[in-house]
Design a protein around this ligand. Structure first.
Ligand code: THU
Length: 135
């Protein structure tokens, strides 16, 4: 899928965001290795920390359907610069994305910055660190 198309899917799902508290809708679109598309929007809660970001909703939907190999993800919000994914989302991405998976960050003005997983979260904590053996 073209990154433009993926960004468009992220924009579409952004309209479904449940954001009564922040009024800051975010959309994310994810393509699996086999070409399946998953989308997600942020879903907030009156107990604020329970909120789930758009990126994690998309990733969790895909993982819950059995996917564990991904190609690329796009995220969009109405920000001045391309919206930077939060730290928690980067950590979740690093759990499931290989280091070369592309992350397209963008905004409604069409500014886009693309990172690899390795670039967006270098030196990340991973399952290898849980083992006593050297990673
Ligand atoms: N948010 C996301 O959905 N993704 C991000 O990467 C940044 C933040 C959401 C969480 C909350 O609903 C709103 O944006 C404001 O923080």
């Amino acid at each position: 899928m073209e990154s433009k198309q993926l960004i468009n899917e992220a924009k579409k799902i952004r309209e479904k965001a449940y954001v009564p508290y922040s009024k800051f809708p975010v959309g994310a679109a994810l393509v699996t290795e086999d070409g399946t598309l998953y989308t997600g929007c942020n879903i907030e809660n009156a107990a604020y920390p329970v909120t789930c970001c758009a990126e994690r909703v998309a990733i969790f939907k895909a993982v819950s359907d059995g996917h564990d190999h991904f190609k690329e993800l796009a995220v969009v919000a109405d920000t001045k610069r391309p919206v930077p994914p939060c730290g928690s989302c980067r950590q979740v991405m690093s759990e499931f994305f290989q280091s070369d998976v592309k992350i397209h960050t963008t905004n409604l003005h069409g500014d886009t910055k693309t990172f690899t997983m390795e670039e967006i979260l270098p030196f990340s904590f991973s399952s290898a660190d849980l083992s006593e053996e050297e990673a």
